[in-house]
Design a binder for this molecule. Sequence first.
Ligand code: ADP
Length: 454
Amino acid sequence: MFKRILIANRGEIALRIIRCAREMDIETVVVYSTADKDSLPVMGANYAVCIGPESPAKSYLNQDAIIETALRMECDAIHPGYGFLSENAEFASKCEEHNITFIGPSSELISKMGDKQEARKLMMENGVRVVPGSKEIIKSLKEAKEVAKEIGYPVLIKASAGGGGRGMRKVFEEKDLAKMFKMAKAEAKAAFANDDMYIEKLVINPRHIEVQILADKYGNVVSLGERDCSIQKNNQKMLEESPACGLSDEKRREISDMAILAGKVSGYNSVGTCEFILDKDENFYFIEMNTRIQVEHPVTEAVSDVDLIRQQIRVAAGLKLDIKNEDVELRGHAIEFRICAKTPGVIKNLHIPSGFGVRIETHLYNGYEITPFYDPMIAKVIVRGRSRLEVIRRLRRVLEEMVIDGVETNVAFLHQLTYHPDFLKGSYDTGFYEKEHSKIESWIGEVLTLSKDA
Ligand code: ADP
């Protein structure tokens, strides 16, 4: 097992990794930017090294400074967390060159899965259902027209190197194709320095269902069930839950088996997530594989009782998975809400709730300054219970109890969201936020009662 690992991240996930490492008797070195000098990860790690100014490009994305620190501090491995360098094949490869273990899949796998059209092709050839669409990179507008006509409008133009919803354009009619193709290509080129495009059938307001997989270097792949992440604002997930509502056991098993197959055919060897979209008729299609730990991983931990960071570190160290598919027992229900700051500011009067079935992951403390340089997520509330209704009541109680002064947050919005009839029924898709958010916002300040639920 590793003796000392470097954590190339910040905020709640850096803290999450430090806590896990302590339980595994592994020392931690955290790298940080000047903006984070007074942060909890810096205080909590065994060693902390400032690697640059607040700009992510000069600190958390500064590959050479991170590698140099890992070598100087004699770290055996680097944990990238999520975001930043977590899906950067070049960085993983630099780690490999310096004999530092990258806690994630091999650089080869990251680039294979990061090239979405390549991944699509691999999946298609091996029986994993993908969204109908192009089989190769689209080379010209003429070809784009032919493919779109063949699969039928509406279509979605996507960047093969895409991420975070960028380089994507919906096209409803042929007359808009040329313009959208050009725009998506330009956006992809600017964001990813790569304008390879492909085309998929646009599924209207699908559900976003993803499966957590765990794999080791010996070909074992385990599924820990699905998460429904359909409530999204501009392609950013807002809440996640497991199990997904209203799926038959048979459908659930099919999706899970498909994710295991995706893991096997790609030779996957770390924790990862297979993302699928589910249409109105419950047809599901693979869209991509995320080759890292995800923000929403605690939802799966809550229902499976498996520590995913621990498993990720173990398999990176070359150990075999100590869990088999037949041992996986998923129990009860869990929902995660992402708490975000809408403004920078200094935290005051902080009260973080706790109690039965509640887990809160946060790096906040009284006096902590939220700067504008990084992701606005400041806490994750993960609640579990025997039933979904029990979880929803518990979530309301937690959000009512929570006090975060000094910055504006989305706590009141999330609280009122729990009263929305469709959310209560578990009947929502990726169109939910866009359609319902103004109604929910108009409820802020109103006292909604349980009797309004039904
Ligand atoms: P990114 O890596 O940029 O997040 P994804 O391929 O994961 O891109 O797609 C982002 C979101 O767009 C998905 O969560 C899903 O909600 C939606 N989406 C992706 N593909 C389709 C599709 N073919 N039809 C409808 N919605 C889609």
